[in-house]
Design a protein around this ligand. Structure first.
Ligand SMILES: Nc1nc2c(ncn2[C@@H]2O[C@H](COP(=O)(O)OP(=O)(O)OP(=O)(O)O)[C@@H](O)[C@H]2O)c(=O)[nH]1
Length: 327
């Protein structure tokens, strides 16, 4: 599961493509419209239905493949649109041939050619359209599972995939470490420099997290200034190393907001998922308790949940600033 989320850039159609297609389509319709005018006044009932069919096809095609795409600034499939155009042309041509009483051979030759091209374009276009659709769905899924500010996963992702993760680890009897991080005295930054400065810090913290995690790890923005990290296949020792690395990097970093240099620290609570735990949520609770302990013990440190370390002897402190400092 990649930590940096984002679907491959959608290769849609350029404005030029759209304009070119719209022009071709309008010219084609214009020409047919002109031809059609030559047939008036309508003498037979058949011609009446032909007019109706022509109008409906024109409206539908115009709306779906020109207006709709122009308004959305992207054609959903030029080939599909061309296919539709050719089919439209073929049927209209058959209709006009009746009106003009053209030789049958010529009619079927021309309309047959148009129809075959229509199928080829349409089939190719439909493939591209379905590719476009699956890309769009994937992008929507990713954005619904991602925190807008930091780009980390959000709780929706956790709700959807945590059980799946646990099941796969359980099957392989692999460990899972859970780290709950919380920024220290973050409120001071908001109060002193404003919310926008706090946001800059949150983004940078998210970046530090991602830089220190493997592709198989999961980083979540859990709450306002709280981050949850899941480390599949990592025991507590490995988890503690990761937590301490992040704590050290946050403490050493200076964040910039306009002319202000911002420094702060982060605390962490760790717990290892035990396969006896019914829910991952229970492990998270233990990690949360350990985090509270870390705050109580002076912040800027990682504390292991009491089950893993009853005397809290494993808590590790890093001698860096313990208060959020703003200059
Ligand atoms: N800029 C910004 N601030 C946020 C966001 N979400 C929550 N906060 C702020 O985070 C701060 C959390 O404050 P507290 O819960 O008192 O925590 P703290 O100041 O870090 O104190 P300790 O946790 O005890 O170290 C509040 O000021 C919230 O407004 C956000 O998305 N952007």
């Amino acid at each position: 599961m990649p930590l940096i989320h984002g679907a491959e850039k959608n290769k849609g159609f350029s404005t030029l493509d759209t304009v070119a297609y719209a022009l071709v389509f309008l010219c084609f319709n214009g020409f047919l419209g002109w031809l059609f005018l030559q047939t008036l006044p309508i003498k037979q009932e058949f011609d009446f239905w032909l007019v109706g069919l022509y109008c409906i096809l024109s409206l539908v095609s115009y709306y779906y493949f020109v207006l709709n795409d122009l308004l959305a600034s992207q054609l959903k499939g030029r080939s599909m649109a061309l296919g539709f155009l050719f089919a439209h042309g073929a049927f209209t041509f058959i209709g006009y041939a009746q009106v003009f009483q053209m030789p049958e051979n010529m009619v079927w030759y021309i309309s047959g050619g148009l129809l075959v091209s229509a199928y080829v374009f349409g089939a190719y276009g439909a493939t591209r359209f379905s590719h476009y659709n699956s890309q769009t769905r994937e992008m929507m899924r990713l954005s619904s599972e991602t925190d807008e500010l930091t780009g980390l996963f959000n709780r929706r992702h956790y709700a959807r995939y945590s059980q799946q993760l646990i099941t796969s680890l359980q099957n392989k009897s692999k460990p899972l470490s859970v780290i709950m991080f919380d920024l220290d005295d973050f409120k001071q930054i908001n109060d002193n420099l404003g919310h926008a400065a706090g946001d800059v810090v949150l983004i940078e913290i998210g970046r530090i997290m991602l830089n220190n995690l493997r592709k198989s790890d999961y980083a979540y923005r859990w709450g306002g200034e709280e981050f949850l990290v899941l480390l599949p296949q990592a025991d507590l020792i490995a988890g503690e190393q990761v937590a301490n690395k992040i704590i050290a990097q946050v403490a050493a970093a200076t964040f910039h907001y306009h002319k202000h240099d911002i420094r702060l620290t982060i605390s962490a609570g760790l717990a290892e998922y035990s396969h006896q735990d019914d829910y991952l949520q229970q492990t998270i609770k233990r990690a949360d308790k350990a985090l509270y302990q870390a705050k109580q013990q002076g912040k800027n440190q990682a504390v292991l949940a009491s089950d893993e370390s009853p005397d809290m002897a494993l808590s590790s402190e890093i001698n860096k600033p313990t208060q959020a400092q703003t200059e």
